[in-house]
Each structure stands twice: as structure tokens, then as C-alpha cells.
Ligand binder design. Sequence first.
Ligand SMILES: [Zn+2]
Length: 91
Amino acid sequence: MEITIYCRQSADCPDKADRYAPRCGCPLWGEFNWTQPQTALDGKKLRQGQNKWTLKTRTKAEALRHAAKLENPEWQWSQLHIPKRKHRSRM
Ligand SMILES: [Zn+2]
């Protein structure tokens, strides 16, 4: 799944015309095509087809991190179920 990161430009942003050059510090969102059946992620509905998802950040590096999580939601869900205390091998 490919996620396009774009900038949700605020009305008074000087870079308003360019939503794919996020250097202005407006909130970053991801746009992607979900091909699997409708589901929920982070408590939000993920529907089949095009979705717009907030990446909860204004920096590109963070946005890429969140996008990577979105690209593999199964991984994220499995992380949520990992118990805090890890079983260590008895050695
Ligand atoms: Zn902006």
C-alpha cells in the first residue's frame, strides 16, 4: 500500500498552493487506497477505497514513521497485544 503524504494547508499558509511540499509546518496527512475490507484502526474507520488519515504530526520524519505504521496495520495491532512482561528463556 502506498501512502501519499500531503500537507493539510491552513487557510493562511504561504505555501497553500503546494500541498506536497510540506515545509510550512501545517499538519501532515496521508492519502491511500485501502483494498481490504472495511476495518478500524486506532479507533477510526478504515473504509475500502480512498482514505485520508491524519499522521498526527507536522514534521516529515514523523509523518513517514506514522505512514510506515499505517502501511502495516497488522504489525501495529499485534504490538498492542504484546504483554508488558516478556517471557525470557530460562538460562
Ligand atoms: Zn502549510
